[in-house]
Structures are given as C-alpha cells and as structure tokens.
Design a protein around this ligand. Sequence first.
Ligand code: SF4
Length: 318
Amino acid sequence: MSATVENRWHEAGLRYYAYSWYLRQRFGERIQKVSLDAKFTCPNVDGTVAKGGCTFCDNRSFSPSRREPIRDITDQLANGMTRLKRRYKVDKFIAYFQPATNTYAAVDKLRPLYEQSIDHEKVVGLSIGTRPDCVEPDVMDLLEEFAGRTYMTVEYGMQTIHDRSLDWMNRGHHHDATVDAIERSRGRGFQICLHVILGLPHESHADMMATAAEVARLNIDAVKIHNLYCVKNTKMADQVASGEVVLMERQEYISTLVDFLERIPANVLVERTIGDAPPDYFVGPSWCLDKSAVLRAIDDELVKRDTWQGKFCEVETA
Ligand code: SF4
C-alpha cells in the first residue's frame, strides 16, 4: 500500500483510518469479509496449552460460519457471498478463516483449504485469524507464500499486553508470544493485525493506555478493538451473573476507545471499534446490540473532542 493512501484518510474527513475506507481505496469498490469455518479447534481448548478455552469464548458467537451446518469451503463461500450480496451492495470478498485457531494444523492440511478460498473469482484477499503461539516456522512460510499470491492479513489475538489479564482469561500464552509472532511475521508480505479487548477486569485506564503504547511501538499494520462483552455458555457468563465481572458502560467504553485511538499511529488500520454477537448468544452489555448507534457515538465523541487517531501518539511513523 502506498503512503499516499495512509495519509489520505484525514483528507477524506475521517478521524481514524477505517478499514472499510482503506479497502475501497485499494480495490476501488466495497469489500466484505466472508467468514469461513475450517472446523479447527484451538490449543487452548484441546488441552495442548490449556483446557476450557478463554473465559469469554464461544466460537459460535464470533462467526456466522460456525453457526451453520458443516460445508466445504467452496460451499461456505457461495453461501456467505449470497447472504452478504443480499445485505450490502458488494461483489468482491476477502475469505476470512475466522473461528478457532486457523493455523492449528500441518501445512499439507492448511494449504488446500487456503487454496480453495482464493481460487474463487470473487475473492480478492485472504484473512487468517489465529493465536500468536500457534504459527510454526513452516506455517509461517506457508502464510508468506499465500501473501505472494493475494492480498492477505494475519490476525493475532493479543487482547492485552498485561500477563495477569491473559492469565485471568485463561489465554494460555503471555505477551512475549505476541511479540515473537510479530517479529517472525515481519517482511513476509502480509498485514499484521492485532486483536485488543478494552474493559478487562482489574485493568485501569493507565493499563489500557499502556496496551495502546505497545501497539504503537510494535509497528504493526492493523488493529481490531472491542469492549469486553459476554456470551452465553461461557465461564464469563457465570462471572457476570455473580457480579464478579462488571462490563463497561457505553460512555466509558467510547471515551476509553477514543483515548486508545489517540495513542496509536495514524498509519495503523482500524478494522473494528465495537464487538457484537447475535442476540441469541448475547448476555451483555446490552448497549452493544445497537452497533450503528455506538459507531455514531464514537464519531460524535471524536468530533466533540476535536481529536483523531494518532493525535497523542509518541511513535514516529514513516
Ligand atoms: S484462543 Fe481464540 S479460539 Fe481459542 S479459546 Fe481463546 S478465543 Fe477461543
């Protein structure tokens, strides 16, 4: 991507570097991600690093593809595209391996799955969601190979830089695993995206801003941010019910998110600013369910404060 595009979001009247805008500039039209489920599990579920998974995790709530009957990748693509075309005026897609850990297999199993997804004529890119401790050297080489063939992002679940919070959520890795994955990912041709959660229990505002500062220091390409939210049938649902975990109020989240955006570099793509899940799976906070209203409120907060992404970032960008 050219530096020109990175700098133009200001001129387009945006206050942060929105991924949807970036994709439109890059591909000349609206692009949607199609969620694909290759039926992977996760080393944090099957006992390899831990059992039970992250306290907030029910993969069915994260991704439409895991709520549907098992189909092969080509069928899932066709089905997802039909649904998205009906909902949006869109004709090009990014194949998004979303639920669970999408690098958790041998290269000879991964290759045909990724291959099938990019073979479709309407697919312009590939996105792989995974854990930072689950990218073996030969898998990293495979990701690099696919990045040479199509636009590609790899999403690492960082969540926070604070090891005590990672322990709290039963993550099964610490922040050093994220730093290691990023260093091994550099220069391989794919965009590096980090997932971040705001509002974790026992994290102060200063703790969350420390995560923002680390995102800035790590010199990555993109970030996906959401508030801690709760879905049914998880350990966290019990913790929320008992009052052990208190979820952020709407205005507190919006204000914290804007503080976070101010501290990350202007050239980091912002892929997501709010979390949500289908109402059937959702516990709270209820304000998340009106995603459009929250997105408008984030914009309003940026305008009210006359601020923007990177305003207080202390890291110089090229
Ligand atoms: S690493 Fe991801 S898939 Fe695995 S338990 Fe945690 S949230 Fe779920």
